[in-house]
Write a new protein. Structure first.
Length: 177
């Protein structure tokens, strides 16, 4: 039987140039990357839903390795992440999020591409819902998913953030960083 002890959720505000968002981790790894310029309530609401009863502790030092890799990404110097993750989701969500991690840096795929990747070609809407539930923006690159016709579609961080991330990857890919 699983232990009833709730994991401590450590959090920090990551600020870099015009980027500002909250990040959080358990002792096992990164669990949350927030939307750009959203208040801390975004993190609190997610924690209440996904880790109810877990204590929230501000700890910049514990979050430093995660912040460093995200900053390197935002600088165009990192294409993949090596920090540990502690994904909190259903088996279906985990399969979708893994498929997102397999999208190469600087490239995009459609929702139906992801559905086909996880061998659920008729589950396009469910894939969209799982992508929308991704708690670790940037690091699990849901910003790389676009509409089948090539249009930008919904993003928890907002379409402006999605556009900025795709543009960053396009610039970094073309400069051979």
């Amino acid at each position: 039987m699983k232990t009833k002890i709730k994991p401590t959720l450590y959090w920090s505000l990551l600020q870099f140039r015009n980027w500002k968002f909250y990040i959080a981790a358990t002792s096992k790894g990164l669990v949350f990357v927030g939307s750009q310029n959203k208040p801390i309530e975004e993190l609190f609401e997610w924690a209440k839903k996904r880790l109810p009863g877990s204590p929230l502790v501000k700890d910049n030092e514990k979050l430093e390795p995660y912040a460093l890799e995200i900053i390197q990404y935002l600088e165009g110097k990192r294409k993949t992440f090596s920090v540990p993750f502690d994904y909190i989701g259903t088996p279906f969500q985990l399969a979708v999020w893994q498929a997102l991690c397999d999208i190469p840096y600087g490239q995009t795929k459609s929702y139906s591409d992801i559905a086909n990747t996880i061998n659920k070609p008729t589950a396009v809407r469910a894939v969209g819902a799982a992508i929308g539930a991704n708690p670790v923006l940037i690091t699990v690159p849901c910003h790389r998913v676009i509409g089948k016709n090539g249009t930008l579609t919904g993003y928890r961080g907002g379409l402006e953030m999605k556009t900025q991330l795709l543009d960053l990857e396009k610039r970094a890919s073309s400069s051979k960083v």
